[in-house]
Design a protein around this ligand. Structure first.
Ligand code: SF4
Length: 267
């Protein structure tokens, strides 16, 4: 976390701006997937923001996400004394995929979400989270929101370009200001692991099973390692994905290779 203003230009850093919001009484919404980055982010945010000003939100994808992800996020929030809310979309991941297959305009429109059209994130995560935060803030008359995400620059070139602090203009309406903050944007993977270890906390068990990241068990952007691990430890869910791939003719992963090809695990 960058805690100092630039000595050359004396420009407020994202951290400075976040602390101004803290001092103005903003609600800090920590988006917690159950993964290591979310976990380290909550530890870091708690160093500077009182638990009473934090809300931890987990957007659940039900059976599509790693078992125990919700409970892992909830346990950390509750141990820190932060309220915890689950955001759930009306439709499931599989209902979204089946619907996309049914209404697709042509053979070049895959039924799975893609890196360029991440309907899974927008409809199943971002939308439900924003709805829960608006409800929570309205009930308490809160007009300043800081949404915190655990994205890190080291994860991908696209994430490296993400702004660590910005106004969410769509959600800043009716007297409410809503900023988006990436509190651990500049941290490395070893930094994240050290923060969790220094706090004497355990990671979700999927990491001990060999996972590099924790998201949907079969994420459209996952590494072959994580997909294989997911297949070995979640055979029923794996079989469901493979059946959809075979029935629809569309592969789930952004590499356009089939799951069986990527994992080497027959369903
Ligand atoms: S983890 Fe992957 S598949 Fe799941 S919602 Fe996020 S981008 Fe989509």
């Amino acid at each position: 976390m960058n805690v100092e203003a630039s000595p050359l230009f004396d420009v407020a850093t994202p951290f400075d701006l976040a602390m101004q919001e803290r001092d103005a009484g903003a609600l800090f919404v920590v988006n917690h997937s159950g993964g290591k980055d979310s976990q380290a982010m909550l530890i870091e945010v708690l160093r500077y923001v009182p638990a009473a000003q934090i809300l931890v939100v987990h957007a659940t994808l039900g059976e599509a996400e790693w078992p125990g992800a919700l409970e892992h996020a909830q346990a950390q929030a509750e141990a820190a004394g932060c309220p915890f809310v689950v955001a759930q979309a009306v439709k499931t991941f599989f209902e979204m995929v089946e619907h996309r297959f049914k209404v697709r305009p042509g053979p070049n429109s895959p039924c799975w979400p893609s890196a360029s059209n991440r309907q899974c994130t927008s409809d199943l995560k971002r939308g439900p989270i924003q709805r829960e935060v608006r409800r929570y803030a309205k009930e308490r008359g809160l007009l300043r929101i800081v949404g915190c995400m655990g994205l890190r620059a080291a994860e991908s070139p696209r994430r490296a370009k993400a702004s660590p602090w910005q106004l969410n203009a769509d959600q800043s309406v009716a007297g409410r200001t809503w900023h988006e903050w990436l509190p651990i944007h500049d941290l490395s993977t070893p930094d994240v692991l050290r923060i969790v270890a220094d706090a004497s906390q355990e990671l979700h068990p999927a990491y001990a099973m060999g996972n590099e990241r924790l998201s949907c068990v079969f994420c459209i952007m996952a590494s072959a390692n994580d997909l294989r691990n997911g297949a070995l430890h979640n055979p029923e869910l794996y079989a469901k994905y493979v059946e959809i791939e075979k029935r629809t003719g569309y592969t789930m992963h952004m590499s356009r290779k089939s799951l069986e090809e990527l994992t080497g695990v027959p369903a």
